[in-house]
Structure formats: C-alpha cells, structure tokens
Write a protein that binds this ligand. Structure first.
Ligand SMILES: Cc1cc2nc3c(=O)[nH]c(=O)nc-3n(C[C@H](O)[C@H](O)[C@H](O)COP(=O)(O)OP(=O)(O)OC[C@H]3O[C@@H](n4cnc5c(N)ncnc54)[C@H](O)[C@@H]3O)c2cc1C
Ligand code: SF4
Length: 484
C-alpha cells in the first residue's frame, strides 16, 4: 500500500459502552480495538523515516516500529517493542493525553486525523494481558547496588522498571495498601480498571523488584536512615496527594469533600460496594463538582455512577480553557453531567446539623490572559445566585505530599513545597537523592511522571557506576508551573 492509499483510510473509532448504560456502572467505557480494526488502523502509519510522533513521547517508545508489527499481525513482538522503553503500556494506552503528545505531532494529522497511536498501544498491551503471560525484557547482570524508590505511582514504577533492567536491586516503598499511586486511588475503574494496573505492577515484580506496601517513608524510616541502612541511592516519587481548597466559607461542612478523599473512598476503599466494604460514602442527590480538570471529570462521573440524580461541574472559565482531556469532557457531557461554565463558588451554606445544603455561586467573564496564558476569570458583580446541593466535591488541584520534605531538612523545596530537582537529571539538592513526577512538577500527567522516571533511572545508573557523576552539573532550579 502506498502513502496515498494509507492516507485514505479513515481513523478508526473505538467501540464503547452507550452513555445511558455506562452512567449506571463502573465498567470500562471504551472496549478497545478488535484485532482487524487495530491492524487496519496500523496501516495508516506512513512509517516516517524521521518519525515526528516520537518527539512527543517522553518515554521514547519506538512508535513506527511497534505500529508496523501490529499492522503485520505480530502483536507479541509489538508489545515487546513497546516494553523496551515503556513499563506501563496498558496504562499509557488508556490515560495518556496522546492528543497533545505523540498524536499531536503525527504527520498524518497534518492533512487529516493522526494515527491512533494510543489506541494501538492499548491494543498491544491488552493482547499481552489476554495471552496470560508477560513479555519479559532482558535484564543486565546484578550490579550489587541497591536503590529505594519512594512511592509507587507512574514515576516510581517507571524508575523501578528501568533500574531493574539495568541490573540494580530495587525496593519500592508505598504508603498505601496497593501499588499504583493515582492510577489506583484517583483514576476511576471506568477509565482505568484496577486489574490492568495490577497486571503491570505484577510484571514489574516479576523483574525482581521488591514491593513494600503500607510503608510510609518519613514515618517508618527517613531518607537519611535509608541511605545509612544500605541504599546507594533514592528516588522520591511521592506525587501531589494533598488536596487544595479555595478557603471560602463552609468548606468544613459535612458533605464537602476534596476530590482526593471522594475518589479514594470510592476507588481504593471500594466504598461503592458498601456494605460489603465497610467504607461508607455519602448518598447524593444533587452534586456540585468544583473545577475543570481530569480530576473534576472523574469526580463528577463517579458521583453519577454512585447514584446522584444531578451532577454539576462548576468551572470559572469557559470550555476552551478546561484542562481536562477533551475525550473526558465529551464522555462526561454524553453521560448527562451539567456544565456550569464561567461560574465560581463563593461560599457553601449548611443546615443546623452542619450539613451542606447549598452553594452560592457568582458568574464570571473572561479578562486579559494571566501568567498561565489563559484568559483570567473576572467576577461579575451582582450575578450571585444560590444553588441547592447536598454534596460538594472540590477538585481544583493538589499540592505536594509534605511528609518527606518535613523530615528531610536538607532537601531544597520551591515556594509551593515541591522538591527542587533538575528536569534533565532528576538530581535534588541532597546527595544520592533523585526526585520526579508530581512531587517536583506539581500536579501534571502520567506520561510526564513516567518520563521523569526514565531520566532518573539513567542518572541513578550513572551515579551508581561513578559517584563523582554527582559533582558534575549543578541541579537547575525547577520552573514553577501555573495550574488550575
Ligand atoms: C483523579 C485524577 C485523574 C487523573 N487523570 C489523568 C489522566 O487522565 N491522564 C494523565 O496523564 N494524568 C492524569 N492525572 C494526573 C496523574 O495521575 C499524575 O500526574 C501522576 O499519577 C503522577 O505520578 P507520580 O508517580 O508523580 O505520583 P502519584 O501517582 O501521586 O504516586 C505517588 C505515590 O507515592 C505514595 N507516597 C506518598 N508519600 C509517601 C511516603 N511518604 N512514603 C511512601 N509512599 C508515599 C502515594 O501513596 C502514591 O501511591 C490524574 C490525577 C488525578 C488525581
Ligand atoms: S508520525 Fe505518524 S505516520 Fe509518521 S511514524 Fe509516527 S505515527 Fe506513523
């Protein structure tokens, strides 16, 4: 097939559950490509000599090579190819913002719709899981060096996988009772099933990585104690798990949740299976979710599935400025979530028992762009109104987990409390300690956290081979990012 014929093949949609069905269940929304469709979609790739798509992939997947293997029906080889650089392909194929990463740079996208790189990655990863065995990468001989990875989110899992491949002994310490970080406690089942994360964690454990769950570093051992007790290096990937509130009246009323608490209760502690699981969650009728990012969409769609009759997103800018993935906004709209745009809450109102019964909102208009490049929301005086609600979920952002910074005085932090680390090396101000993912960047994305994991693994390997490496380039200051 020549390039012209390939360009004529339309991008394939992924079959998915109908909105009226899926709004009542927690099953995954898209079903994934069947084999024939995946192979046809893979034919759309032009096999560019200088593949621009790869420039948009922080974990350096050899995109044309794996797509060619799918097109030829060599799916096992395709997943092996992906796993040469990506330890979490089933995760990336589902939640990675491909539209603004690899796919945004695909050459086919210049004239039409880009090749569905993410959906093909998901297909290859699902093929492996359905085959019931894992494609195991080659491991270097044991180096005799030992590395502690703190946190088992995408950053920690990636650094651990790469270091294990390089022959180093890795122990991951995770505060929660399940590995995966936001992938398990934040992102809901209908977007990323827990068994899929677990399968990817299992295949990392298969490489010899040790996983110590329920281990809170900073409470159990400090970083200094880990370094004194035989670890040659440490990677800190503790994420941004601390909720941020707006500091408006009524935020401590019963029924006002942080998105973190709400989603953790539902996801990780299976509150939606109450009373089989002893983790109650509020029974809602009318819900207000504050924010416009992925976390807000996940909270709103979770509330709907938990039985709420009406779920409102309240977002202070317009739809164009929403940080959530376009696909997730679309899914939420299809499911009947109501979008109150250019609207901001100014206080929550409670009853005599301290339970939230309403939210007072104010309408906004867009002014000049602010430092984030997005137009600043400006309140419209006199536009205040009251909306009756019985549950509020605040999803306006997350801050860094403070425990490790608090117990490691010589770790340099920025003014928001994030660890300062060079984005080129993940090196921190403390010798032998590297950091990446949300604890450094602030709330970002899975693929950026994984990209940091890869960078850190290379740096740690260089440091373990030659400790003088540490003294060469100085850590650069971490640029601060503005986020909703
Ligand atoms: C609801 C929600 C939806 C999202 N949706 C998307 C999406 O669709 N696409 C996307 O790309 N990104 C999404 N994100 C963002 C993405 O999940 C994060 O950017 C990413 O998970 C960051 O990875 P991380 O490894 O840095 O940290 P995390 O995933 O936060 O993992 C950190 C881990 O460290 C553990 N930990 C913390 N402190 C300690 C300690 N002291 N000792 C031991 N362990 C500790 C935590 O328990 C946690 O397991 C979403 C985030 C949320 C909250
Ligand atoms: S840029 Fe697009 S067409 Fe070219 S190799 Fe990458 S996925 Fe294929």
């Amino acid at each position: 097939m020549d390039a012209k014929e390939r360009m004529k093949i339309p991008r394939h949609k992924m079959p998915e559950q109908k909105p009226e069905e899926r709004r009542k269940n927690f099953n995954e929304v898209p079903f994934g490509y069947p084999e024939d469709i995946a192979m046809e979609e893979a034919q759309r790739c032009l096999q560019c000599k200088k593949p621009s798509c790869m420039k948009g992939c922080p974990v350096e997947v050899n995109i044309p090579a794996f797509i060619k293997l799918v097109a030829e029906g060599h799916h096992w080889e395709a997943i092996k190819k992906i796993k040469e650089t990506n330890s979490l392909p089933a995760v990336c194929g589902r939640v990675c913002p491909q539209e603004s990463q690899c796919e945004s740079m695909c050459i086919v996208g210049k004239k039409g719709e880009p090749v569905a790189v993410g959906r093909l990655e998901r297909f290859a990863a699902d093929f492996e899981r359905k085959a019931g065995k894992a494609a195991k990468p080659d491991l270097a001989p044991p180096s005799g060096k030992k590395v502690a990875v703190v946190g088992s989110g995408p950053a920690g899992l990636t650094v651990a996988g790469d270091l294990a491949r390089m022959g180093h002994k890795v122990i991951i310490f995770e505060a929660l009772h399940k590995a995966g970080g936001v992938l398990v406690y934040g992102i809901p089942e209908f977007r990323l099933p827990k068994e899929i994360v677990q399968a990817e964690v299992d295949s990392l454990v298969d490489l010899g990585i040790e996983l110590q769950l329920n281990e809170v570093i900073g409470k159990a051992d400090t970083l200094d104690e880990l370094l004194q007790n035989g670890f040659d290096a440490i990677f800190v990937g503790t994420g941004a798990g601390a909720p941020i509130f707006m500091n408006i009246p009524g935020e401590n009323l019963i029924g006002v949740y942080s998105a973190n608490e709400y989603l953790t209760r539902s996801n990780l502690m299976k509150a939606y299976l109450f009373p089989q699981y002893d983790t109650p969650i509020i029974k809602s009728n009318v819900v207000a979710v504050i924010g416009g990012g992925n976390v807000a969409m996940d909270s709103a769609r979770t509330a709907l599935r938990l039985g709420a009759k009406e779920v409102n997103i309240i977002y202070r800018r317009s739809k164009d400025e929403m940080p959530a993935r376009a696909e997730e906004v679309h899914h939420a709209e299809e499911e009947g979530i109501i979008f109150n745009l250019l609207t901001n809450p100014i206080r929550y109102i409670g009853d005599e028992k301290g339970k939230v019964i309403a939210v007072e909102c104010q309408k906004m208009e867009l002014g000049e762009p602010d430092q984030s490049g997005r137009r600043r929301p400006v309140p419209i005086v006199g536009s205040e109104y009251i909306k009756e609600v019985d549950t509020v979920i605040v999803a306006i952002g997350n801050g860094p987990n403070p425990l490790i910074p608090n117990t490691t005085p010589d770790l340099q932090l920025n003014r928001k409390g994030n660890i300062v680390a060079s984005l080129d090396t993940c090196k921190t101000s403390k010798r032998g300690v590297f950091a990446g993912g949300d604890i450094v960047r602030g709330a970002a994305t899975v693929i950026l956290a994984m990209g940091d994991g890869k960078v850190a693994a290379r740096s740690i390997d260089a440091y373990l081979k030659d400790p003088a490496w540490w003294d060469r380039p100085a850590p650069e200051p971490q640029p601060e990012k503005k986020k909703e």
